[in-house]
Design a protein around this ligand. Structure first.
Ligand code: FPP
Length: 242
């Protein structure tokens, strides 16, 4: 259950917030700029949002940076996104580490360039002892793919007799998900006015509050996250009860 915000009377703070960062392309188009300009400004919004999440007392922030479907974009845009990711890790790692941020990657990065995989693994290892905020970056992530990988792992364990198929329950499935070390998802935000989950955190969204905002991702900032948290604080969560 989310923690009560101490003494503010403003309702609970979500423990785990996830964001579908949408609208970079439209932000650029409105300004007659190339799409990469929107993605660059999107990285600025990532910086601001990560800082704000720590300040607000959120325990985990999961950002959808590259979906398993994003490979369908032109090769040049995929390369631009990979370049921005490299630069973000290179430029931000020390600040993240200094601010108590633990970096995690969710998704299947085995398809990424070896040097990028090494860079991401080293960044996660470097920050693994941190406790202030877990920043999970979803890369080549798809909710269906995550569930397929979990099912495959359970099936392999069942085949060699490590688990009894009849004993498979929600807890065992969750223990196989990429998010297994994160708190339950409380709030899922999508920017840019689209109202879809787009294969993001399908299992984890079961009881999450959903918030769709019109703001384009490059315009998202500390105030936008604070407003989302305040909106969450006013929701009545019943988890199927009364
Ligand atoms: C959606 O906008 C955004 C993405 C597919 C990429 C998000 C990536 C970043 C913000 C930068 C890299 C991230 C990190 C963590 C360094 P869109 O291009 O689909 O926008 P559109 O729908 O308006 O075209």
């Amino acid at each position: 259950m989310p923690a009560e915000r101490p003494g503010s009377g403003a309702g609970p703070v979500p423990r785990h917030v996830a964001i579908i960062m949408d609208g970079n392309g439209r932000w650029a188009k409105k300004r007659h700029l190339p799409r990469i300009a929107g993605h660059r400004r999107g990285v600025e919004a990532v910086r601001a949002t990560v800082r704000a999440a720590g300040d607000l007392g959120i325990e985990a922030l999961t950002l959808y940076a590259f979906s398993s479907e994003n490979w369908r974009r032109p090769a040049a845009e995929v390369a631009d996104l990979m370049g921005l990711l490299r630069r973000y890790i290179r430029d931000e790692l020390e600040e993240l580490a200094g601010n108590g941020v633990k970096l995690k990657i969710i998704g299947d990065i085995s398809r990424f360039d070896d040097d990028l995989v090494t860079m991401l693994e080293q960044a996660c290892a470097r920050t693994s002892g941190n406790r202030q905020l877990t920043l999970a970056i979803a890369l080549n992530y798809g909710g269906q793919d995550e569930l397929v990988r979990a099912a495959r792992g359970l099936a392999l364990d069942a085949r060699v007799g490590r688990i009894d198929p009849a004993a498979i329950d929600a807890e065992l499935v969750e223990a196989r998900l990429d998010t297994r070390e994160l708190p339950p998802l409380d709030l899922l935000i999508r920017t840019s006015g689209e109202r879809r989950l787009s294969n993001f955190l399908l299992w984890q969204a079961a009881y999450a509050e959903l918030l769709f905002v019109d703001t384009l991702w490059p315009d998202f900032d500390q105030a936008a996250l604070a407003a989302a948290v305040a909106d969450f604080g006013r929701r009545d969560r019943r988890y199927g009860g009364l």
